[in-house]
Design a protein. Structure first.
Length: 476
C-alpha cells in the first residue's frame, strides 16, 4: 500500500471519528435540553398533586413489591423494614430468598416471627422449585410480608417466582439491598393512573447512592457525601444519566431500560411476554425491550414512563474491582439484549422505537467503547507516522474534556435547582471540583470494563453474573 493510499484512509478515519464525536456531543446537548424541560414540567404539574389521596384511598391499584435476595444477611432485616415502611395502602411485599448460603432466611424468620404456610404456586412462568417453602408472619404488624425460599436460579428466576405468586395488578421489582422512600409507591403509580388512552406498561425512577448516608428504622435520615472518590464519581455519573438522559427518553417514549434496582411493571404484560429472561445478565433491560416489542407488534398504544424524584437509594461499589465487575455485566447485558432483539433496529415497523431508540443505544452505547479504543489506536498510529497535527489534537482533547466537565456541572446545577438532596454546606462545591477529576477517576475504568465485557461475551463461554460484595449501609 503506497503512502498516498494510507493518507487517504487516515483522512477518511479522521472525518469518521470527528463526525461520531460531533454527533455524540450534539445528542447529549439535545437530550439534556429535553430533560431539563421535562423535569420542570413534571415539578410544576406535580406540585398540585395530593399524594395523600393516592396513598390513603382503598381504590388505589394493588402493588406487590418483589425483592430477590441472595446472601443478603448483612442488610436484609433492615432493608425489609424499609420496604414495610411504605405509606401506600394497597401493597404487599414478597422477599424471594434465592437459595442463599448464608443465614438470611434464619434472620428473617427471627426478626419477623415467620412461620411456614401451605401454599400452591401457580406456575405461569417456569422457575426453580421451592426449597424450604413459603413463610408468613404470625405478627399482624407484618401481615403484608411474605418470604419465599427457593432453590438458586439467579435474580431473573427469583423475580419470576415473585410474578407467579403476586396477586396484584402491578409489581414493583426492587433489589433487596435498596432503600425505598416512604412515598415511592404513590409517586411511581401515578403515571399508570394519569394515562387514559395509552397503556403504561412500566415506570422507572431515579436511583441515588446511599453510601455514607444515615438510615434509622428503614428510613433515610441524613444524606452525606461519601469520602471514597470512586463512589463520589458514581454520584456524578448517576446525576448525568438520570437527570440529563432518561428524563428525555421518557418524553420521547424511547426508554429501553429501567434500572433493576427499582421499577414498576404491568404484571399482565410482564407475564404475557414470559417474565424475565433467565439466560441473560441484563434482565432489567431485556424485559423492557421485550415488553415494548410485544406492544408494538400488537399495535397498541403504550408508554414506558420515568419519575425524576429520588425514590430509591442503593449501595454503590467502593472498590474498582467490584465496579469493573458490575460494568462488565452491564456491557454483556446490553450486547445480549440488542442482539436478541436486532429485528427491531432500523425497522420502520417499530416506529421511533426501531428508528430512534434502538439505533441510538446501538451506536452511542453499545459501540461507543469499541469506537473509542479504535480511536486511541488510530491516534497512536498517527504519532508513529508523525501525522499528528498537535495544535488540532490538543484543542480537540481540551474541548472534549471541558465538555465532559461542563456536562457534569449542568447535572449538579439541575440537582441543586430541583431535588437538592445534598444539603450539607460545601457539598455542591466539592461535586463541582470533583467534576474536573471524574473523567480520570471513572471513565478509564468504565472503558476497560466495557472492553472486558465485549471480550467475555464473545470468548468466555461461561456466563457469570458478576459479584457485588455489600459492606452494608450506615444504620443507627
Amino acid at each position: 500500500m503506497d503512502t498516498s493510499t494510507v493518507k487517504i484512509i487516515l483522512q477518511i478515519l479522521h472525518y469518521l471519528f470527528f463526525g461520531y464525536a460531533f454527533l455524540a456531543i450534539v445528542s447529549y446537548i439535545i437530550l439534556s435540553i429535553i430533560s431539563g424541560k421535562e423535569t420542570l414540567e413534571y415539578l410544576k404539574k406535580n406540585s398540585f398533586v395530593h399524594y395523600k389521596d393516592i396513598l390513603s384511598s382503598a381504590m388505589s391499584p394493588s402493588i406487590t413489591i418483589i425483592a430477590p435476595a441472595y446472601n443478603e444477611s448483612l442488610n436484609v432485616v433492615e432493608n425489609v423494614r424499609s420496604l414495610l415502611s411504605n405509606h401506600y395502602v394497597n401493597y404487599n411485599v414478597i422477599i424471594v430468598n434465592d437459595g442463599s448460603k448464608d443465614d438470611s432466611l434464619e434472620k428473617l424468620i427471627e426478626a419477623y416471627d415467620l412461620e411456614k404456610i401451605d401454599y400452591i404456586v401457580n406456575e405461569k412462568i417456569k422457575t426453580k422449585p421451592l426449597r424450604a417453602g413459603v413463610f408468613k408472619s404470625k405478627n399482624p404488624a407484618f401481615e403484608k410480608l411474605m418470604v419465599v425460599d427457593k432453590e438458586n436460579g439467579g435474580k431473573a428466576d427469583a423475580l419470576n417466582m415473585g410474578l407467579n405468586i403476586s396477586k396484584s395488578k402491578y409489581v414493583a421489582c426492587i433489589d433487596v439491598d435498596c432503600l425505598l422512600l416512604e412515598d415511592a409507591l404513590q409517586k411511581m403509580i401515578k403515571p399508570f393512573l394519569d394515562e387514559t388512552n395509552t397503556r403504561v406498561i412500566a415506570a422507572g425512577g431515579v436511583i441515588r447512592i446511599a453510601n455514607s448516608c444515615i438510615i434509622r428504622g428503614g428510613k433515610l435520615i441524613d444524606v452525606n457525601l461519601p469520602k471514597n472518590l470512586l463512589v463520589q464519581s458514581q454520584i456524578l455519573e448517576y446525576l448525568r444519566a438520570f437527570l440529563l438522559g432518561r428524563m428525555a427518553w421518557s418524553r420521547l417514549n424511547g426508554l429501553l431500560v429501567i434500572s433493576g434496582a427499582f421499577g414498576i411493571f404491568d404484571k399482565e404484560i410482564a407475564i404475557a411476554v414470559g417474565g424475565y429472561d433467565t439466560n441473560t445478565v441484563g434482565e432489567d433491560m431485556e424485559i423492557i425491550v421485550r415488553m415494548r416489542r410485544y406492544m408494538e407488534e400488537k399495535n397498541e398504544k403504550y408508554r414506558v414512563s420515568y419519575i425524576p424524584d429520588p425514590l430509591c437509594w442503593t449501595e454503590a461499589p467502593d472498590s474498582y474491582k467490584i465496579f469493573i465487575s458490575q460494568r462488565n455485566r452491564w456491557t454483556r447485558g446490553t450486547i445480549e439484549t440488542l442482539k436478541k432483539h436486532r429485528k427491531i433496529g432500523f425497522n420502520p415497523k417499530y416506529g421511533s422505537f426501531g428508528m430512534l431508540s434502538y439505533p441510538y443505544w446501538l451506536i452511542f452505547e453499545r459501540l461507543a467503547p469499541i469506537i473509542e479504543v479504535i480511536g486511541l489506536i488510530y491516534f497512536a498510529i498517527l504519532i508513529v507516522l508523525q501525522e499528528v497535527k498537535w495544535e488540532y489534537a490538543l484543542a480537540f482533547l481540551v474541548l472534549s474534556y471541558m465538555f465532559s466537565v461542563l456536562f457534569s456541572i449542568i447535572a449538579i446545577y439541575s440537582e441543586e435547582l430541583t431535588f437538592h438532596q445534598y444539603k450539607k454546606k460545601g457539598t455542591g462545591i466539592k461535586l463541582v471540583l470533583l467534576s474536573a477529576l471524574e473523567p480520570f477517576l471513572l471513565h478509564p475504568f468504565i472503558l476497560y470494563a466495557a472492553i472486558r465485557g465485549n471480550f467475555d461475551y464473545f470468548f468466555n463461554k461461561k456466563k457469570k453474573w458478576g459479584s457485588m460484595v455489600r459492606k452494608g449501609l450506615v444504620t443507627v
